[in-house]
Design a binder for this molecule. Sequence first.
Ligand code: FE2
Length: 459
Amino acid sequence: MSVVETQVQAQALETYPCPLLDTRFSILKQSIIKPEDKARVINSYQRLTIALEKNANLIAKRGPQAIPEIDFADVQSNDGSFPTGFKSIVKQTGCVIIRGVVSEEQASSWEDELRSYTKNHRVAGFPKDDPQNFSLFWTRPQVQIRSHPNVMKAMKAVGQLWHISQDDQLFDLESQVVYADRFRIRHPTTDAEYTLPAHQDSGAIERWEDPEYRACYQKIFEGRWEEYDPWCADHRSDAKTSLYSLAKSCSAFRAMQGWMSLSHTNTGEGTLRLVPELKCATAYQMLRPYFVLDERFNDTAPLFPGANPGNLQFFPTTKLHPHLLLEKSMVGIPPVKPGDYVFWHCDLVHEVDRFHPGTRDSSVSYNGCVPLCPYNLENLLRLRQSFLDVMPPKDFNGIEHGELERDHKDHGARRENILSVEGLRALGFEPFDAEEGGITEGQREMRRLANRKLGFESA
Ligand SMILES: [Fe+2]
């Protein structure tokens, strides 16, 4: 680098609105892209910015309809899978709405019950003064939703979007593990206290810093983002999504984040917004640190915009990630009714409406797709104990809790509320079927390992 270039860079660093990280991040940055790949990465980034603009314009034109949707009945009549053409659209957008996973009446009655529960007990949550996102994990509706036969079928359908390269890898994308999360009953209001800006969950700097997490994105760092497969789970199970903070972090590989709608909610009524384009947005996010200084390749400045160490989420902004064109590419989801289910890929950028100008509560029960793999098995062992103790899952130790659910006579952590065999397995109360025909060796071994660790078979 010439003296002039160094001065330009120093000046840019001084004025750049993005924290300069420790020098070890400079070393990390240099180690990720090999010298022989540099020219290819530069070329690939140019192609990428063009593709991003094209995609953003298409999304803006389609609006909420850019988010694909399908009736649950159509999935079931197609052997429980998405039809091939539809599947490729979901893979491209990284998100899907499955309509009518349970009946409207069923989902509405769950909402009623949850509302009553929050009224009958002093429950903590967010926002603090008027909780609408409740620190509750084991109410009857939540336990029933997580184990409802149709929800388990929906999980299976979205799990099939993923694949692994080796049949003998310990991974079972067809079996579920419960990850107990909260629920939201958001009231119509003009205040913006509830909001969550554009972000990506499951870590921030970890996507670059953790070698196993980074391995998911290797093709991008070789200048071949077109070949990057966001649906390959090979390295996901061992990826460390939280290197700096254990409290409030997600200790599971959530293949898809998701929630069931418990209310009629129109677009923009205090609900989810998504960037329905997965591959280019991810590639851009991963390469952006190399081009954030004047759009020129730089692998020495310890800048990782939007990914501060210690943050549990990555935050892209229009200023630091201008090519993402968030003002065009981020759209509100279409209107949903009780019983609809929304899923989005763990790398998909999303946010929550700032305001809720509607007339009724916007209610959802969070419940992602968490496949059985060694990492998620560890979570299952802890979670089963949480269920038995009627205590918050360990991942939520860092949040404020009011009364403990175990002290509520009407808590739902009871076996009779688990509505299917798959649901019992997902909570560690029934062995996984290791003898099932047509599964891979890796699936079979994964199920055997789970059964041993859960105490169903001698080691
Ligand atoms: Fe999120």
